[in-house]
Design a protein around this ligand. Sequence first.
Ligand code: HEC
Length: 93
Amino acid sequence: MSKVLILGGMLVALSFAGEESIKLKDGEGKALVEANCSVCHSLDYIQMNSPFLDKKGWEATVNKMIKAMGAPIKQEDVPKIVEYLTKYYGKKE
Ligand code: HEC
C-alpha cells in the first residue's frame, strides 16, 4: 500500500520535471547549457543554486556532473558552460 503511494508521488514529480517551463537567460553558451544540463534533471537546478555558486562553485558542480553523475559533456565545452553559468547565474557579491 505505501509502495503504491510513493510511486504515485514519483510520477507526479517526474511529470513536473518534464515541463519545459524553465527559460534560461539569453547569452553566449545558453544553448550548450540547455543541451548538456537538461538531460538528467530540470534546468531549475541551475536557478535554485544561483544564489550560492560563484565561478569556483559552478566549475566544481559541472565537473561533479561529469565525474560523479556521468554527464556526457565534452571537455572543451566545460569552460564555456562555466562562463555562462557564472555570468548569468553566479552568486552576486
Ligand atoms: C548524467 C546526468 C546529469 C547531467 C547531464 C547533469 N546533471 Fe546535474 N545532477 C545530476 C544528479 C544525479 C544530481 C543530484 C541528484 C538530485 O539531487 O536530484 C544533480 C544535481 C545537480 C545540482 C544540484 C546541486 C548538486 O551539486 O547536487 C546542480 C546545480 C546541477 N546538477 C547542475 C547541473 C549542470 C549545470 C549541468 C550541465 C553542465 C548538469 N547538472 C548536468 C545529474 C546530471
